[in-house]
Design a protein around this ligand. Structure first.
Ligand SMILES: NC(=O)c1ccc[n+]([C@@H]2O[C@H](COP(=O)([O-])OP(=O)(O)OC[C@H]3O[C@@H](n4cnc5c(N)ncnc54)[C@H](OP(=O)(O)O)[C@@H]3O)[C@@H](O)[C@H]2O)c1
Length: 310
């Protein structure tokens, strides 16, 4: 298959592009887009483009002729979204809609990546039929992106994710936050009142490719089947890596003075995904074991070496 991954310098996109290139005995041809980061890797073809520019989406699809498109590019920083609501709207709502329209016209299949944060987190255990209630600009623009994609391309898969993993600069995921701070002997806070169900980024590719093979469409929660507080997640990372878990102070999100509102209970149900795939998504221990294994294999250094710095 010819697979186009947008946002291939991001936490999800990079790991997804690398994993997809390694699946099916390496027979997939993978293209990955970047905007500001300059990447060099032999694993996939890097395409540099600002997808907001007029004509960029059309040009990209024309050049790559994909069978499958996995759209990860986004404005994913919640504080940046609050500061730049128009930029967030363009990237998180307008761009997915445009891509969905053009992909439908060309006959390829689309996975659009969305977020667990469309829910306000007051209740938890949300399923795909529960009504979202986004709290901030990021979540609102992502929910609008979901709506516009479904309207423009009903065949598309819309995958609500949450994830951790190794990123290009080591700063994009909570797993890295705990690992690097604890490794340096630094104390950090871990929220005991914020819950999530993250998958290891590298475990998301096989799931999405399987969903594409099965020709699924519509909304799915693509998350770990097990959820935890951010504090518990940090402790489990510490234990797996043999780091000092007492450096993590249990605390409340209310004490942190964060600018953008965070949804406290983002436990989402994955029954629909499990039923469609015939197997449940991985639990947290499997994800954290994979995160540790990648570390032992030198994966963080390997991906860091992909970036060309001026
Ligand atoms: N990270 C999480 O925990 C999390 C949780 C829930 C959902 N999600 C969703 O998962 C997806 C991926 O998130 P992520 O954390 O991997 O994002 P990320 O690390 O912030 O990466 C964003 C990507 O989008 C690209 N991009 C931004 N503006 C662009 C533009 N104008 N044209 C082309 N590319 C552009 C960036 O390229 P450059 O780096 O080259 O500028 C980068 O590759 C998003 O849809 C996000 O909403 C993420």
């Amino acid at each position: 298959m010819r697979i186009l991954v947008t946002g291939a310098s991001g936490l999800l996109g990079l790991n997804l592009a690398l994993s997809a290139a390694g699946q099916a005995g390496g027979s997939h041809l993978v293209f990955g887009t970047v905007k500001d980061h300059a990447l060099q890797t032999s694993a996939f073809t890097v395409m540099q483009t600002d997808l907001i520019e007029p004509g960029a989406v059309e040009r990209l699809l024309d050049q790559t002729q994909p069978d499958w498109v996995i759209h990860c590019a986004a404005l994913a920083n919640v504080d940046t979204c609050e500061a730049d609501p128009e930029g967030a709207r363009q990237l998180n709502s307008e761009l997915p809609a445009k891509l969905a329209r053009h992909v439908a016209r060309g006959g390829a299949r689309l996975v659009h990546i969305s977020t667990d944060a469309v829910f306000d987190g007051q209740r938890g255990k949300y399923s795909e039929t529960d009504l979202p209630n986004p709290l901030g600009v990021y979540a609102r623009t992502k929910l609008e992106g979901e709506r516009l994609v479904a309207e423009a391309n009903p065949e598309a898969i819309i995958a609500r994710v949450n994830l951790f993993g190794w990123s290009l600069r080591g700063t994009r995921s909570l797993g890295e936050f705990f690992f690097y701070n604890l490794s340096a002997g630094k104390g950090v806070r871990g929220f005991t009142d914020v819950f999530f169900c993250p998958l290891l980024a590298n475990d998301i590719a096989p799931i999405l490719l399987h969903m594409l093979e099965l020709r699924l469409s519509g909304l799915y929660h693509v998350l770990s089947r097990e959820c935890a507080s951010k504090y518990e997640f940090g402790v489990r990372i510490a234990r797996r890596f043999g780091l000092d878990e007492s450096l993590i102070t249990p605390s409340s999100v209310a004490e942190a003075g964060l600018k953008a509102a965070r949804s406290p209970n983002l436990t989402l149900r994955t029954d629909k995904l499990a039923a469609a795939l015939g197997t449940p998504p991985p639990d947290l221990s499997t994800g954290i074991d994979g995160f540790y294994r990648l570390y032992q294999q030198g994966y963080p250094q390997k991906i860091r070496g992909f970036e060309i710095r001026e």
